[in-house]
Write a protein that binds this ligand. Structure first.
Ligand code: ADP
Length: 319
């Protein structure tokens, strides 16, 4: 392969830039040409495509967001949209595409692969919900942003002897809530993968109070329900002074952690390595600290699963 493309798609994640940089530099190191497709699949359909040089990806490794911009594109979910995309790729002489994004973006890459256009998926999402990898690019940074917020909120919770409900991102996956809850010493963690009984949560808070506990932190993944509603219910049932903090989009931004930069560099480079070896239709990941790749179609037929042992541990440690 002589010429490849790279795009970022779906929700942005810190470390996407480091992945783009790795793709570009690794490819150029091996005498390939690299074209950047701007604004994800929307830009692919529109032909928003430019060649990237070594210098095009300078000074971005430490920046959040994505220099290639990202977009959501309904048209690409149709066969016509996908074929338009392939036409643009062919027009620019691009022979393979590296797609950096979450599960929706992987679906797009899968579709292109099914149409005979080789793609490699690189997991870029803060949600950590992509099958075939233990960690996604951006998860560690988001997690550290949440921990920073929890630590700060804890100062107020302690000083004012309040209960705090902190709503974090995670519509379908509870990884951010679980890891942040465990690392932030939360008393209760509510995640979509476990159906917690609200009466049990309230009973736990009351037990804590009876033991002399003056404040509590409850981390809720957005997929479980509204943090505001949980806060109201807790205050009504316990009469504890309860406050709610919805962290929102601060979780998506910021300079990537060293872990995310290294992960992005390794995975981006591995994607190019696969293409150098003539392999398409794969997605890359890290499992037990080894770089791995899987068939993208097969990987997407599986589900990301939460570490239930860690969830049990969080319960044991917050009795
Ligand atoms: P993420 O990649 O972060 O999960 P989305 O779910 O919004 O974000 O997906 C990003 C984009 O990927 C969508 O806007 C669409 O262009 C493309 N995409 C999502 N699902 C499909 C699909 N089933 N077929 C083709 N393209 C898809």
């Amino acid at each position: 392969m002589k010429r490849i493309g790279v795009l970022t798609s779906g929700g942005d994640a810190p470390g996407m830039n480091a992945a783009v940089r790795a793709v570009v530099r690794k490819a150029i190191f091996h005498n390939m040409e690299v074209y950047g497709i701007y604004r994800g699949y929307a830009g692919l359909i529109d032909g928003d495509i430019k060649e990237l040089e070594v210098g095009s990806v300078g000074d971005i490794i430490h920046r959040g967001g994505t220099m290639l911009y990202s977009a959501r594109c309904e048209e690409f979910k149709t066969i016509e949209g996908q074929l338009k995309g392939i036409e643009q790729l062919k027009k620019h002489g691009i022979e393979a595409l590296v797609v950096i994004g979450g599960d929706g973006s992987y679906q797009g890459a899968k579709k292109l692969t099914e149409h005979g256009f080789p793609c490699i998926g690189v997991p870029g999402t803060i949600d950590n919900d992509i099958p075939g990898t233990d960690f996604t690019i951006g998860f560690d940074t988001a997690l550290n942003t949440v921990i920073d917020a929890i630590d700060k909120i804890r100062d107020t919770a302690t000083s004012h002897e309040r209960t705090y409900v902190i709503e974090v991102m995670g519509r379908h996956a509870g990884d951010i809530a679980l890891w942040a809850g465990l690392a932030g010493g939360a008393e209760t963690i509510l995640i979509p993968e476990a159906k917690d009984d609200m009466n049990e949560v309230i009973a736990r808070l009351k037990r804590g109070s009876d033991r002399g506990k003056k404040h509590s932190i409850i981390v809720v993944a957005e997929g479980v329900g509204s943090g505001v509603e949980f806060g109201k219910k807790i205050q009504e049932e316990t009469k504890f002074e309860t406050r709610v903090s919805v962290l929102g989009h601060i979780q998506r931004g910021g300079s990537p952690t060293a872990f995310d930069r290294v992960l992005a560099s390794r995975l981006g480079a591995r994607a190019v390595e696969l293409l150098l070896n003539g392999k398409g239709g794969r997605c890359v990941g890290i499992q037990s600290n080894e770089l791995v790749d899987h068939d993208i179609i097969e990987a997407l037929s599986r589900k990301h699963s939460l570490d239930h042992k860690m969830y049990d541990l969080s319960k044991e440690l917050s009795i």
